[in-house]
Design a protein around this ligand. Structure first.
Ligand SMILES: *[C@@H]1O[C@H](CO)[C@@H](O)[C@H](O)[C@H]1NC(C)=O
Ligand SMILES: [Ca+2]
Ligand SMILES: [Ca+2]
Length: 302
């Protein structure tokens, strides 16, 4: 249980950090502007000291180069970097793993589905890119965060516990986001309305350490409170593209940090893909979490 709470805080922390990061970027952009400032109107340019003038030209040229760089707003996916060809056309090429920043510790290491430890997710993506088009590359995914380690086999009774705790956790994540969401806009207005109903329901099982029996009992009794959280998590993951299916990489933000702590994660999501087509459809997802077929509703996600 502790593990889930820790994970919740990480997730909530990430959600909170996102707007701050953007703010930092914006600040940087604003801070850069004065560099381009021309001498004040009316000031005699001759009076500008020579050195300063040279510097101004340097900066100007640098900025020109910066603005002319077609790679500047050419986005490449992970594992690739932008380079220009002879015609100054930007293109994405595989990144050399050795150009990845050195990792600052084991916590940055990742384990691939080939059970090989990579120094960081950058090293992993660059390596995977080099294998693009090969069978090996197709099968290689990031499995989990941290160095590869021995993971206990997940036994049947343990597997059935997984959705109990995960559902409870999802509900608590949403309620926590709702409580903290004063003006952070972590949730849309529509989502807030849905979570409000859960939050204000007196019968809600509050966050804490609960026995599996109690979790199972609560799911039966307060089944309706779990429908939205299960849909919400699916929508959070189904982003690239938004198509009602989760690929391995879409599922990764949830799976990767969880696997080292919860040894049934891999088996759970494997079995969740009931038709074995490598995608988890909304129907499959909902079914894994015990949501009845008639309650699966695409409109709950948007
Ligand atoms: C993966 O690698 C780890 C560490 O090298 C090892 O302990 C573990 O047994 C390996 N797992 C499998 C499934 O081979
Ligand atoms: Ca998708
Ligand atoms: Ca499937």
């Amino acid at each position: 249980m502790k593990v889930w709470i820790f994970f919740l805080l990480c997730l909530a922390g990430n959600a909170m950090a996102a707007p701050t990061e953007e703010a930092v970027v914006e600040e940087l952009l604003i801070a850069e502007e004065p560099i381009a400032e021309e001498p004040e109107v009316g000031a005699n340019p001759v009076q500008v000291e020579i050195e300063e003038f040279d510097e101004a030209i340097d900066i100007f040229e640098e900025e020109q180069a910066f603005a002319d760089n077609p790679c500047l707003d050419h986005h490449c996916k992970k594992g690739k970097v932008c380079e220009v060809d002879e015609d100054n056309t930007p293109m994405c090429v595989c990144q050399d793993p050795s150009s990845c920043p050195a990792s600052e510790g084991e916590f940055e290491h990742v384990c691939g589905t080939n059970n090989v430890t990579y120094e960081s997710s950058c090293h992993f993506s660059a390596t995977k890119c080099a294998l693009e088009g090969t069978k090996k590359g197709h099968k290689l995914h990031l499995d989990y965060t941290g160095p590869c380690k021995y993971i206990d086999a997940c036994l049947d009774p343990e597997l059935s516990e997984f959705p109990l705790r995960m559902r409870d956790w999802l509900k608590n994540v949403l309620v926590t986001l709702y409580e903290r969401d004063v003006d952070n806009n972590l949730l849309t207005e529509k989502q807030k309305l849905r979570v409000k109903k859960i939050f204000e329901n007196e019968k809600r099982l509050t966050a804490g350490e609960h026995s599996l029996d109690l979790l199972a009992h609560d799911f039966e009794k307060n089944y309706n409170m779990y429908i939205f959280p299960v849909h919400w998590q699916f929508g959070q993951l189904d982003q690239h593209p938004v198509d009602g299916y989760l690929t391995h990489s879409e599922l990764s933000p949830l799976r990767a940090p969880l696997i080292p702590m919860e040894h049934c994660t891999t088996r759970f999501f494997e079995e969740c893909d009931a038709d074995n087509d490598k995608y988890i459809a909304l129907e499959e997802w909902s079914n894994c979490f015990g949501i009845k077929e008639q309650d699966v509703d695409k409109d709950l996600i948007v």
